[in-house]
Design a protein around this ligand. Structure first.
Ligand SMILES: [Fe+2]
Ligand SMILES: [Fe+2]
Ligand SMILES: [Fe+2]
Ligand SMILES: [Fe+2]
Length: 396
């Protein structure tokens, strides 16, 4: 596939980007017939837009110049509309836990795709590391789905991703200081490394927010517990991924790179989208983002006299983000790194980590005498036992 060349793309002027309520509220997809990877693209782009909106609010609060605030307000209003239009593609007949399965499928398939197209070895190792945690979350939520709604997660994802235990969730809980990572350097990192960073931070942040906003909507104590436990891991994932970014990026550099990343993500979606209606939508949104990118470039040049090509690190991004089956890659990482932990910012088997590591005590404190991600497994075994008894009783 071809490379993405943001500076060669034609954008839509900001004045033409506001959407009517009718354009914001359109027909949702059907959860049964939808291509599972169309659903993952929708979940991802909702996360990308939410991050654009939230980051721009934070940047505006830190920007004293009124013209910067005005420019941010103008593009941010569109980010916010894009986010709503996309999130409203999700249908009401898709339950919270079904949408959750979609979120963890995004985490697995997206992370695996980014890791396979990441040239910075440390950022790749970090993606591989968290991949096995999200893969395990998918399994725990699948058990909850069966127990609460009688659903089959494999059927729901149409077998596009495997559902099985990975690094157990109970050992994901670490001391916050152990979520620190080594950062790449903004002057030497490749455009793709920068894009992968913005993409994964946005996706993980949205997952965290979704679990925190929805975990209290089930009456079942175990469901409430599992969402609490996994939302906390997603908070760790956001922390570790954002630690990879160069903290010396200026607000206007970050604003520019974020716009390029939005455009790049939409362009990637359009390359592989199987649904004609959504493909058209992704293309239109990509043109909006090119419009935002030009506004961000103007701010960069005016206030910091910087060359956008230098800030990106080149004029193109070599490969699109593709949602496709990643079973082979995931299994290989699982085989090699199942029991890894991050000790002193390096990944190694847990057996090699000294016993006094602060994360061991921290994890024991959190797990206490109730770990929902373990209970969901034992409850599943119990109900399986009961099923067998019922079958036997009936067949006699
Ligand atoms: Fe956007
Ligand atoms: Fe997860
Ligand atoms: Fe995650
Ligand atoms: Fe944007």
């Amino acid at each position: 596939m071809t490379a993405f060349r943001p500076f060669d793309e034609k954008g839509t002027p900001i004045e033409e980007q506001a959407m009517s309520w009718k354009e914001l509220v359109t027909k949702p997809y059907d959860k049964v017939s939808v291509d599972p990877h169309t659903r993952t693209r929708i979940i991802l782009m909702n996360g990308i837009e939410n991050n654009a909106t939230l980051t721009k609010h934070a940047l505006a609060r830190l920007s004293p110049d009124p013209s910067i605030r005005t420019a941010l307000a103008n593009t941010r209003r569109v980010e916010s509309m894009q986010q709503q239009a996309i999130n409203w593609f999700n249908p009401a007949h898709q339950t919270i836990v079904e949408t959750t399965l979609g979120f963890e499928q995004v985490a697995v398939d997206l992370t695996a795709n980014l890791a396979q197209n990441e040239e910075d070895p440390y950022q790749k190792a970090t993606l591989d590391f968290a991949l096995l945690e999200d893969f395990d979350h998918l399994y725990r939520y699948a058990l909850l789905y069966r127990q609460m709604e009688g659903g089959d997660a494999r059927e729901f994802v149409k077998d596009t991703v495997e559902v099985k235990p990975a690094r157990p969730t109970r050992v994901h809980h670490r001391h916050p200081s152990d979520e620190m990572r080594k950062s790449w350097n903004k002057n030497t990192a490749s455009p793709k490394t920068k894009m992968n960073y913005f993409t994964i931070v946005s996706a993980e942040q949205q997952t965290m927010l979704f679990y925190k906003e929805h975990g209290n909507m089930y009456p079942d104590e175990l469901a409430r517990g599992l969402y609490t436990e996994i939302a906390d891991v997603e908070e760790q994932h956001v922390t570790q991924y954002e630690a990879l970014g160069d903290g010396s990026m200026t607000p206007l550099e970050m604003n520019f790179l974020m716009e390029v990343n939005e455009a790049y993500n939409y362009w990637s979606c359009a390359q592989t989208e199987s649904d004609a209606r959504f493909k058209q939508f992704w293309e239109a949104m990509m043109r909006d983002e090119i419009g935002h990118m030009h506004m961000a470039m103007e701010l960069l040049q005016r206030f910091e006299d910087k060359d956008p090509v230098k800030i990106l690190g080149g004029d193109r991004i070599e490969t699109p983000i593709v949602f496709e089956e990643t079973k082979g890659y995931v299994n290989k990482v699982l085989e090699e790194q199942r029991d890894f932990q991050p000790y002193n910012m390096e990944y190694m088997p847990e057996q090699q980590v000294p016993r006094e590591w602060r994360s061991f005590a921290y994890r024991d404190r959190l797990n206490g005498d109730w770990t929902p991600s373990e209970v969901v497994v034992s409850r599943s075994r119990e109900s399986k036992g009961k099923e067998k008894v019922t079958v036997r009783a009936g067949s006699r």
